[in-house]
Design a protein around this ligand. Sequence first.
Ligand code: SF4
Ligand code: SF4
Length: 398
Amino acid sequence: MLYKSFQNLKLSTLGMGNMRLPKVEGQGEKIDEAKAREIIEYAYDNGVNYFDTAYRYHAGESETFTGKILSQYPRNSFYLATKMPGQMMEYKNGKYNFTGLLAANPSRSPAELFEEQLEKCRVDYFDFYLLHCVCESAWDFYTNEEINVVGFLLEQKKKGRIRHLGFSAHCRVDTLDKFIKWSKSRFPNGCFDFAQIQLNYMDWVLQEAGKKYDIITGHGLPVMVMEPCRGGRLASLPPEAESLLKKARPYDSIPSWAFRFLQSLPNVQVVLSGMSTMEQIKENIAVFSKNDPVTPDERELLDEAIKPLLNLVPCTACRYCCEVCPQNLDIPKLISMYNEAKQKDPFALMVLNFTFGAMKKEELPSSCIGCGACAKQCPQEIDIPGIMQKFTELMEKK
Ligand code: SF4
Ligand code: SF4
């Protein structure tokens, strides 16, 4: 495993992202504990020392499970990161209004939530703590002067309950820059130690991740990377794209290109990969055991390879939207099907028609009532109700 210095620490360049742990078939977000334990233990035994979870991952189970597994190891042998779920929190007229997972118990303050997280994770401090998903819709909550979430977290840092404070962001480029500037003027002695963004060779252009990387770097913060394979989208590419990459490096896997791309960016600190199988963790550890960044020619090849993907709906299957859908639609599955339908591959369309026919009426995109609750939660800013409508129309034409 390769390590990089972060302040006085040595962090593994591959981090274990506990958002996509293996799940029990047919039981929603329920973690398959035996399989997930094997993966996390393998990661730890093979040099991974950065473990990332969040309040909302696996419908609230990820923190509990991560804490349970890591508690078997000495506390100073791993670094644990989790996040304040501000995107599900609002504060208006002196009252909190929580949505999604938090709606069942809406009376908690951020301070109470923080205590709950420490308890769930079985620790008395977090090595890394982030504001989760700084974006346009969470702006008011994170910058609200009255509740002063960042000030509260800085107090926790002073008490040693947070070692390093950061934020994750899915926002637009201008919002990201504005947020860092806001933090510097509000807390002139500094508040953030790092930033986490979605960064991969597809989003470098598609979501202007290259510009975000430059902004964060320009502000002197190291970058933690999430979605290096874009929720699996870059783990297997369309046949013509795969053959381009295979021709260049026949023995390399397709995901390894995504990781080698990130190795070419000097300010990338840790690459968080949400690994769901033993095969993935073994392969990723092998890739991060040597420094082999893509060359300029290989970067051009990657630009060519992703062209067919750029017109697809950029869903990463994070499932945040599913928490709030009153129709209980499996939105990422429907978007994935919609992307298939747009490929115009006759065989894929035949399979899709068959799948559609086997689905219940209430599972189809036509069940969407257009309420828009999902879109407010989507870090990728996807117009989900619009896609449901387009998908319905597309299938009606067939
Ligand atoms: S707009 Fe449609 S998909 Fe989105 S939450 Fe409402 S019903 Fe569900
Ligand atoms: S539509 Fe958006 S919120 Fe829903 S799973 Fe995809 S990326 Fe996540």
